[in-house]
Design a protein. Sequence first.
Length: 141
Amino acid sequence: MHLLRAVTVEFGLRQAEFAARNGMHPTDVRALICLLDAARADEPATAGLLGGRLGLNSAGTTALIDRLERLGHVARVRDARDRRRILLRVEPEAVRLGREFFGPRIDAVLDVLDAFDPAERDAVRRFLTAALAAFAPEPGA
């Protein structure tokens, strides 16, 4: 548990460092991660999804999106399937900045993971999935 906490603390410090270097708030970085994760999972990235995942109210979510849009990190785009719905898209420059900063760290972790056999990777995945579930908010909370 102490190692997991240490990893999360270090990751949080790197997020704060990235935010400061790029004129952002740490919440902005968490928002970008959330939006990238939604895109990776092929989930529609709406303001509601973002606010719900970050625990923000409607006004806070709007202010966050406005700030990210002003910085050129996020664009609001109409949903091609439902023109009434607005989706959020992380802009390529934000992806480039993130890859430039976090890429070497991510690559180092992936190199370690590559040395694990499939059973070890499965054990790590099961552990991290269970740890995430233990810390996730209770439904309806």
